[in-house]
Design a protein around this ligand. Structure first.
Ligand SMILES: Cc1ncc(COP(=O)(O)O)c(C=O)c1O
Length: 418
């Protein structure tokens, strides 16, 4: 099997990943976007054409591209100190850790330093194995948790990673119980899940909080999913690791996705929107008693994890989220988008799956989705195909009403015309 994107540039998941993983030179690729600047809800291409952005760089620039307040926080920190110590801390690191844990459920009181989402998830997996003394890890098919070996082992199908296999042993992949599959399917999932857990050899379940944002399918879990997996993992001594890399920082209409079902996981991973894209930073936040089973015994360190400048950006990002209750904007604008698009369901749109401003629009096939994107680009709307036939709509949460309306007008007119 090869990466033959010329034969089938539209439908395969692999091609999509290739386009997004390499900066090509001298290659005029279909839908490959060369940006030259960005501000608020706009990005500009290499020729200076302005686009309304419906991607936020895939859930990163939730507060608008190049948010000035976040930029200023980083500028003032860089004048004080830019790099931290492996064997100590900087005040801004401690301040950020205190602030982040103060808005998470009680008990989640320790932050592991990381540079991004993959690293945060991988730290969480290692902690789970060390803390439980168990090896097995459960993930969901068609989910994405990062590009390193264990993160890939959570959700990638074996044929997709054939060339780089073996990944990591003892990973079990289950089907995600989506709401469309209904209650019976959900109940069957719980029976199988409990059967696996009851052997008491599973260290952790790793999942996004009831909505898969990472792979691009925008899959929504059957209601009660998070609560149910929390109860069962607790019952059998399995840790619950929630990946909030895509859902965190207001995207789904709550500050964090776990708030939708009021669940307290054992470890939660953050990145992407954590610093609004101004600096690389991620974190796994957990209970200190759980972390202590790992960190003193294994040298898990991240030299560039939580640089003081990244912490300054993350702190300002969190402060803005809290000050402006950005999650309320995500909820109301998300509902507005769905209301505007709903009349197209059954016609130009097959289905809409959404939580807050994380919205998946199912079209009839991958070719239609690619065509839609091409035409949106031509009309000045920047949007991405999440996966195959799914457009993934993730505008900056701070987008103003006029830009939102203008973007929707382009999207609707394109969908009605193809
Ligand atoms: C849900 C989820 N988890 C983890 C990751 C990995 O994050 P990063 O690319 O920062 O390593 C991603 C990235 O797309 C993601 O969407």
């Amino acid at each position: 099997m090869g990466f033959n994107y010329k034969i089938n540039p539209i439908n395969t998941k692999l091609n999509h990943m290739i386009e997004n993983s390499i900066v090509y030179r001298n290659l005029k690729k279909y839908n490959f976007f060369r940006m030259s600047k960005a501000e608020g809800s706009y990005i500009w291409d290499e020729k200076g054409k302005r686009y309304i952005d419906f991607t936020s760089g895939w859930n990163v620039t939730n507060l608008g591209w190049n948010n000035l307040e976040v930029a200023e926080a980083i500028i003032s920190q860089v004048k004080k100190n830019a790099q931290g110590l492996l064997w100590g801390s900087d005040p801004i690191q401690e301040e950020y850790s205190a602030k982040l844990t103060s808005v998470l459920p009680k008990g989640l009181d320790a932050c592991a330093k990381a540079t991004g989402g993959t690293e945060a998830v991988e730290v969480a997996i290692k902690v789970a194995r060390a803390a439980t003394g168990r090896k097995k890890i459960i993930g969901f098919k068609k989910s994405y948790h990062g590009q390193l070996f264990a993160a890939l082992a959570l959700g990638y199908s074996p044929e997709m990673v054939e060339k780089i296999s073996p990944l990591v042993p003892e990973f079990i992949q289950m089907d995600f119980p989506t709401s469309e599959l209904g209650e019976d399917n959900f109940k069957k999932f719980l029976v199988v899940f409990e059967e696996i857990l009851s052997k008491k050899d599973v260290a952790a379940l790793v999942t996004e909080p009831g909505i898969i944002t990472g792979w691009g399918s925008t899959l929504i879990a059957y209601p009660g999913f998070l609560k149910a997996v929390r109860e069962l993992t607790e019952k059998y001594g399995t840790l619950l690791i929630i990946d909030e890399v895509g859902t965190g920082f207001s995207r789904t209409g709550k500050l964090f996705g776990i708030e939708h079902e009021g669940v307290t996981p054992d470890i939660v991973a953050f990145a992407k929107g954590i610093a609004n894209g101004v600096s690389a930073i991620g974190t796994a936040v957990g209970r200190s008693d759980v972390f202590e089973a790992t960190f003193p015994h294994i040298n898990l360190v991240s030299t560039l994890g939580w640089t003081p400048i990244a912490c300054a950006a993350a702190l300002k990002t969190l402060e803005i989220n809290l000050r402006d209750k950005v999650w309320e904007q995500a909820e109301s604008k998300g509902n507005y988008i769905v209301e505007k698009l709903n009349p197209l369901v059954g016609n130009a749109i097959v289905d809409i799956r959404s939580q807050g401003m994380e919205i998946g629009i199912g079209l009839k096939d991958g070719e239609t989705a690619r065509k839609a994107i091409d035409e949106c680009f031509a009309k000045g709307l920047h949007i991405v195909v999440g996966n195959d036939n799914n457009l993934q709509v993730m505008p900056p949460l701070t987008i103003n009403q006029k830009d939102l309306d203008d973007g929707l007008e382009i999207l609707i007119s394109v969908l009605l015309s193809i």
